[in-house]
Write a protein that binds this ligand. Structure first.
Ligand code: DCP
Ligand code: MG
Length: 481
């Protein structure tokens, strides 16, 4: 599979993949919660005489040879003074959730691969949080301070190398493998450290004369393919640190949502719809920053009686642009808004996909993308309000269905205006009715309407859009009263 587009890999170092793994996870949670167990050999799994196996062993217990998956009886024989503790899954899931929430602060590009480990791609996070090793340190500190646990982190250019690196200096380790050093880093390590090398493959490789990863890398690919087929060629790549798999996965289970509570409940349809536009723009902006597109749009509408409804729809083409999100949200919200005093509206994009998965879909109009990207850069230079306000203003100039600057609908409204009259540049305003010399009466109305809600504005543009960070699935928009 191809790596994601270059914009996710613009890190100066090129080593933007982190593998984060909690140390002796279940045992560490028990030691955290029971200080008398700290420094002692803790074995999580059940009573020493019982029939089960060891789930986790503290590093103190490992000195006696105790390991995960070992029968508890064996563990008891190896470590008679061990403290045997039953498994408390609920507690570990809770701790795991807290850690994953911390990781998500640093990037939306996170792939959790088990209860205690995840890959992150922090390309694109560097402007905010610093280079990847700095992010790794920040993660370690946050997990220690907020969850009371230690993690080991590997930083590298590929998932494969990052995972090997995180394991190398456990517990509480941090290993950074600079770009270009992957093969040299792996070379002295035993072959068993590589993904996909079980005892059988290991035996075959030993027979061929390779015990270390470096020895495997030095072997002719042909010889490996003769013995192991295509798998042999893959292993040879891995031995060199080559791993094209991108960080992906549970990004699809997340959503990006914004919601807004009006300072006073309102029946003003225009104000509500303008708010939905602002929310859609916020969602689209965050999707673009995260390098993902949403395949489902959800709206939430809460009225003055706290009745809350959510409606969602799958898009024909996943998007990270405000227009399709807005149009869909509006269609979904309208029947829920009419005749009600509205307290809150929310817009979410979910079913997040990476552009790499989307190659089969037709691209949207590249002009729209340029407009959106120009808007992003203006926002980052002059603040959110500059663009949102201008667009809100325009949004009052035509009926909502006709706000799409690329739609021929506009021409129909304008009558004689030829197709070429639409401005090619990032100024969709010119393509709209009510633009230069359009409908002056409506423009007045627009400048009033653009005030949205003055009381809200007083709180500043960023307060106005209350931000939910990535929510699990669509939970964030479930009816919650
Ligand atoms: N686990 C389990 N049974 C296994 C392996 C693991 O129940 N056979 C559980 C207990 C571990 C947790 O999963 O605490 C995470 O597994 P790891 O392999 O990451 O092991 P630890 O976190 O315990 O130790 P390490 O410090 O080596 O990561
Ligand atoms: Mg672990």
């Amino acid at each position: 599979m191809a790596r994601p587009p270059a914009r996710h890999h613009t890190g100066v170092s090129g080593t933007t993949i982190l593998h984060v793994d909690l140390d002796a996870f279940f045992a560490a949670v028990e030691q955290r919660d029971r200080p008398e167990l700290r420094g002692r050999p803790v074995i999580v799994g059940g009573a020493p005489g019982s029939r089960g196996v060891v789930s986790a062993a503290s590093y103190e217990a490992r000195r006696f040879g105790v390991r995960s998956a070992m029968p508890l009886r064996t563990a008891a024989a190896l470590c008679p003074d061990g403290v045997f503790v039953p498994v408390n899954g609920r507690k570990y899931r809770h701790a795991s959730g807290l850690v994953m929430d911390i990781l998500r602060r640093f990037t939306p590009r996170i792939e959790q691969i088990s209860i205690d480990e995840a890959f992150l791609d922090v390309a694109g996070s560097e402007a905010l949080f610093g280079p990847p090793p700095t992010i790794a340190v920040a993660i370690k500190e946050a997990v220690r301070a907020e969850v009371g646990l230690t993690v080991s982190v590997g930083v590298a250019s590929t998932k494969l190398v990052a995972k090997v690196a995180s394991d190398l200096r456990k517990p509480d380790g941090l290993v950074v493998v600079p770009a270009g050093q992957e093969a040299a880093f792996l070379a002295p390590l035993p072959i068993s450290r590589l993904w996909g090398v079980g005892p059988q493959t290991q035996a075959v490789l030993a027979e061929l004369g390779a015990d270390t990863i470096g020895e495997l890398a030095a072997m002719p690919v042909d010889a490996l393919v003769r013995r192991l087929g295509q798998h042999g060629a893959e292993l040879h790549d891995r031995a060199l640190g080559i791993d094209p798999s991108p960080v992906s996965g549970d990004v699809a289970a997340k959503s990006v949502s914004h919601e807004h509570t009006f300072s006073t409940d309102t029946t003003d349809q225009e104000k509500i719809e303008a708010t939905i536009l602002a929310l859609a723009e916020g969602v689209a902006e965050r999707l673009r920053h995260g390098g993902v597109r949403a395949s489902t749009v959800t709206v939430k509408v809460r009225d003055s009686t706290f009745r809350t409804v959510t409606r969602q729809r799958r898009l024909a083409i996943p998007t990270d642009l405000a227009e399709p999100i807005y149009r869909t949200a509006l269609e979904l919200a309208r029947p829920e808004i009419r005749g009600r005093r509205i307290r809150l509206v929310g817009v979410a994009g979910s079913g997040l996909e990476e552009p790499a998965q989307l190659a089969l879909f037709a691209e949207e109009d590249p002009r729209r993308r340029r407009v959106a990207e120009a808007a992003d850069s203006i926002r980052s230079r002059f603040g959110r309000r500059s663009v949102t306000r201008a667009r809100l203003l325009r949004s009052h100039l035509a009926a909502p269905e006709e706000r799409d600057p690329m739609q021929p609908l506009e021409r129909r409204r304008l009558g004689a205006a030829p197709a070429g009259s639409a401005s090619p540049g990032p100024a969709p305003r010119d393509a709209r009715p009510g633009g230069a010399g359009g409908e002056p009466g409506r423009a007045d109305e627009a400048s009033q309407g653009a005030g949205m809600d003055e009381a809200d504005d007083a709180r500043g543009p960023d307060d106005r859009l209350e931000r939910d960070e990535e929510l699990e699935g669509d939970e964030g928009l479930e009816t919650d009263d």
